[in-house]
Design a protein around this ligand. Sequence first.
Ligand code: PLP
Length: 495
Amino acid sequence: MNDSLEAFQKEQRKTPYLDALISYAKDKVVPFHVPGHKQGRGIHPKLKEWIGESYLSLDLTEVPGLDNLSQPKEALLQAMELAAKAYGADYTFFLVNGSSSGVHSMIMAACNPGDKILIPRNAHKSVFAGLIFSGAVPVYMKPEFDYALQMDHTITEETLVENLKEHPDSKAALLVSPTYYGVAANLERLVSIIHDSGKIALVDEAWGPHFHFHPDLPVSAVDAKADLVVNSTHKLLSSLTQTSMLHLNGNRVDRARVESCLRLFTTTSPNCLLLASIDACRMQMATQGKELLDKAISLAEKARAEIRDLPGVQCIGREIVGNPGVYALDPTRMVISLRSLGLTGYEVDERLRSKGGVQIELSDLFHVVALITISDSEKEVDQLVNGIKQILKIPNQESKGFLEKKGARLPDWPPLKLSPRDAFVSQHETVPLEKADGRVSTELITTYPPGIPAIAPGEEFTQDILDYLRLEQEAGSRITGVADSTLQTVRVVKG
Ligand SMILES: Cc1ncc(COP(=O)(O)O)c(C=O)c1O
């Protein structure tokens, strides 16, 4: 190990914030502060039995010694500085309100009301919320659609250049890479195109917090020099649920502005245990990330080979790299399809749970997605493969035959008629779904996961979208964002 790497590793073994939190708990100071359960004393025994006293002793919010998330100066600042060094960013901010709060903040930091921002239409709903909060006006870019897989990939260089040419007045471009399905864009190239045209590059890299730590994974957005990058450490690494990071590079976006936006979207009572878990997660990845990811990648590759050997089962692999919109692939993402056997992703999801004792991350009409992370071992991964084998034993006629019956496919994106904010704050009227063709939505209607809106505020319902929503509903998808959860009616701009 060379001297600078050794010094880096030595520094990265520190966990200043986790240490501060443990030290506060050890001091046994008598708490006359929130939370009301007073480090577990008042919590109901039924819950205490499950989560344990040591966990509860750390369930604290900001008190002296535990710094302040809205203006960090002590242990939390040190932890964030270590995270910035670990990821190679200029600054890193810890998030406890999910990656969503990072996405909202980066859009709001980059754009004022009326500013144009280029966005791939297959973005997560948090991006659309960011548009509503900021008042920015989107130019939706068309991601590459893979007809064979029935899946959107990323934006190509050509699409980006075309949109930048058509909208020279845009302020920023937001990229989503990788997609929920693990498909990554050529970020180095795309970010440099955005910068060369004088715009701000934002990247929603919620699904790539591990990329920086392994050479066989796609290039990370921070390494590609994007200005602001969101990483969901809770999704694929080991920090607790709701925790994420927002990284800042360079000075195209004002750091103080980012901080004030973060304050708008962050609780004033951040859970210190969540923050400490980000500190521990960073230490783990900076000191052991490569080895941990070696294991995850090889487990995933082995499972992929076994799954692909099963009759009628598809599992996406490196063969799609080079297809339009597929620059690189995260091998730890297992995108599996049994559609050639007539099964929807929802049916596979349900059967894996009931017959295989396995719960996957995502199902859509055509696929299921299983995540293999640094936490998995051969035992769990074998259970996934065995779960699929169990499904194959079920006679085909038990399938509802949904895909064949409907000739299912994803719809074309609906046309944009109003800015998301203007539509969201408009007077609305409620109309039957079947009568909504040609009307402008005030709602963000999303199948969840993956959380990509079928229609966003400001977009016009088309017959294609209406048919698709009904199809998703019948197939058993979880549709969110509608006032009427039965989807009999939708809210549209009045008049
Ligand atoms: C691409 C993408 N960005 C952002 C988010 C929001 O993440 P969180 O649930 O941590 O708020 C998600 C959630 O699934 C996502 O898929």
